[in-house]
Design a protein around this ligand. Structure first.
Ligand code: PLP
Length: 427
């Protein structure tokens, strides 16, 4: 098959009939495959099972700061856990707060606290302004957008380019509008496109002029150590860039071990300037008497140092790289020459982002669902669940087995072809 856009109507009609026959055959297979969320597979979870018995009642529970970790306290986490995250995020341990089990919770609460109390550079609580807006580079992470929606923050979509958000647009918007208080960023192996921001984008974000004096970058570095190859992308240090640009308080950085050890039972952290950290610690002390230090100790003992952590991540890559390769191979063999879809090969992270012809993504997801292949809802990667071009589909390859993945991607490709041919016939 060649470029579908070059086929005339009779040829497209003929192709449609064949694709419909294939689709009916798939329906009879009664598939039930879930490709919707980026979860580690069971074999990835097995890698961390040492966590389950690494802290025993017979062990010494001694930690660096000499506190009894079974008791309340340590609102910002254990020193050794801070040191590990400082290593991961390339900041100083004084610039880290360890949280509970989820970075999403920390992000939500950080936004909520800014609304209720403002941040260190604020004159007043954000919520007192008639309107608060966030920039949302898209496609992006759906749950960032859900936080905005639930907290009544208006979202402004900014395009993601090859090397990060469209900075011309970002700079123009933040310069003029004091109600724009934040931007969501997944700067490395972004969800869903796998993009890593260029040094120039990092620098421009750090130094750009903002009308809001208390503007914040919500830097969700979720995939910073999730490489798929031996030549990982390099991300410039945003906190250093902000300090150099004389905007030291501009960035809040977030990360967790959710996709390193156990999602839901990992350890999450945030990093920021010491001034930010001091202010947040005070507020946190109202929210909690301290996080789960026993789970922190499990992680400290399990990894011991950054080198072991790096080796652990290589084991993840060994398991999931073949899955990414499988998806890319099937996409190329099924859709490569048809000019009806595009995708990129990510160097890390958890997703492959597929763009269909404009106006086809919803139809593709619906067609796949009807034959038992559940995908992330089309539009989910955009604010308010609305993809203006209705073309982006997020593929999450990690959870299914290789065999399931192969079947699911073949079905996806069939659905892309079906929806595309129907679209081309309407022209
Ligand atoms: N940030 C991004 C970009 C993600 O893709 C995810 C999960 O898919 C999370 C955060 C969730 O992290 P956590 O489990 O630490 O809340």
């Amino acid at each position: 098959m060649t470029n579908l856009k070059k086929l005339d109507h009779p040829a497209l009609e003929q192709l449609l009939a064949k694709l419909e026959t294939d689709y009916k055959a798939v329906k009879l297979e009664n598939l039930s495959l879930d490709m919707s969320r980026g979860k580690p597979g069971p074999d990835q979870l097995d890698l961390s099972d040492g966590l389950l018995d690494i802290v025993k009642s017979t062990d010494s529970l001694e930690v660096e700061e000499g506190i009894d970790i079974r008791n309340y306290g340590g609102v910002d986490g254990l020193n050794e856990m801070k040191a590990l995250f400082a290593d991961i995020l390339k900041v100083s341990p004084n610039e880290v707060i360890i949280g509970g089990n989820s970075s999403l919770t920390i992000m939500h609460d950080t936004v909520a606290r800014a609304l209720l109390h403002g941040v260190v550079d604020s004159n007043t609580a954000w919520i007192k302004a008639p309107k608060i807006k966030f920039l949302c580079p898209s496609p992006g992470y759906d749950r960032h957008f859900s936080i905005c929606e639930s907290l009544n923050i208006e979202m402004i979509t900014v395009d993601m380019l090859e090397d990060g958000p469209d900075m011309d647009a970002v700079e123009e918007l933040v310069k003029e509008d004091a109600s724009i208080k934040g931007i969501w960023c997944v700067p490395k192996y972004s969800n869903p496109e796998g993009t890593t921001y260029s040094d120039e984008v990092v620098d421009r974000l750090a130094r750009m002029e903002t009308k809001a004096t208390d503007f914040r970058i919500f830097w969700d570095d979720a995939y910073t150590i999730h490489h798929l190859t031996d030549e990982p992308d390099q991300l410039k240090n945003i906190l250093t860039a902000c300090k150099q640009a004389k905007n030291p308080n501009r960035v809040f950085i977030f990360a967790s071990t959710s996709k390193v050890t156990y999602p839901g039972s990992g350890v999450a952290a945030m990093a920021a300037s010491e001034e930010n950290i001091t202010a947040i610690k005070k507020q946190l002390a109202v929210q909690t008497i301290g996080p789960d230090k026993i789970n922190q100790l499990r992680h400290i003992r399990f990894f011991e140092n950054a080198e072991n952590l790096e080796n652990h991540m290589k084991k993840h890559a060994e398991i999931i790289k073949p899955k990414f390769d499988k998806v890319l191979h099937v996409l190329e063999s099924e859709l490569g020459e048809l000019q009806i879809a595009s995708w990129k090969e990510p160097n890390g992270g958890y997703f492959i982002s597929l763009n269909t012809l404009d106006g086809c993504a919803n139809e593709v997801v619906a067609l796949a669902s009807e034959v038992g292949v559940k995908l992330t809802p089309a539009g989910a990667t955009f604010p308010y669940g609305k993809d203006p071009k209705d073309r982006n589909i997020r593929i999450a390859p990690t959870f299914p087995t290789l065999a399931e993945l192969e079947t699911a991607i073949h079905v996806l490709c069939l659905c892309v072809k079906l929806a595309s041919v129907k679209k081309l016939l309407q022209k």
